[in-house]
Design a protein around this ligand. Sequence first.
Ligand SMILES: [Zn+2]
Ligand SMILES: [Zn+2]
Length: 259
Amino acid sequence: MLANYHTHTERCKHATGKVIDYVEAAVSAGVEILGMSDHTPFPNNSLWPEVRMAYEELDDYIKQIDEAQTKYPQIKLLKAFECEFIEDYSSFYNEVLRGQYGADYLILAGHMIHGTSPWNRLGMVKSDKEELKLYANYLVKAMETGLFKFVAHPDVFGHFYLPWDEEAIAASKYIIEAASHYNMPLEINGYGLRKPEIMTPQGSRKQYPLKGFWELAAGYDCKVLANSDAHKPTDIIAKVEEGYQIADQYGLKKVEFVW
Ligand SMILES: [Zn+2]
Ligand SMILES: [Zn+2]
């Protein structure tokens, strides 16, 4: 079953193409299940509006997915959002995104952490170690809520925390143990596989996925999936196969979603 559960659109302001462009690319590529999962807006556009659709665009985003589904009944389209978890907005995720807008699932991701941010360094944390701990604590706390279907790029911290050392291993184990405990699938992210390598104390490597992370995950009872995290229509299924090769390489169990 060829599937991709992680897809953006031009609405997030750092991707290109409309819903229909991704759906047509997916149909051409033989994708059977496509989850549209653009970055969620927040009420009043209160948080990081520069990398997400405006709240006022929610209706049209959902409408375009419905229209594309009518036009292309041969593919199963799912409505989703990639979400930063903000505790104050718990009811928004549940009642608005899942309830009012009928989202099929929500993806948990850690790009922005309240009070700090791995993407946009605001100088509010003292060290990379501190930031790494904040990131791991954030993910685990969000997993506990049960609001999310899977965790996008759990090893994305590899883009700012460069060494693979005791701290990286401890943070990875904390995340993986929680995923195992809450039965929360972890994503091997194709966007990371498409990004240029960076230099670290242990040589050049991908920012993410991190080999060490997935090697550790193999020691736990956790499930994985691979997604393209497409930011342009031509990447609709890009690196998904390579993601599953990583899963196979470490003997990781693949999740089987049923819709
Ligand atoms: Zn993401
Ligand atoms: Zn994404």
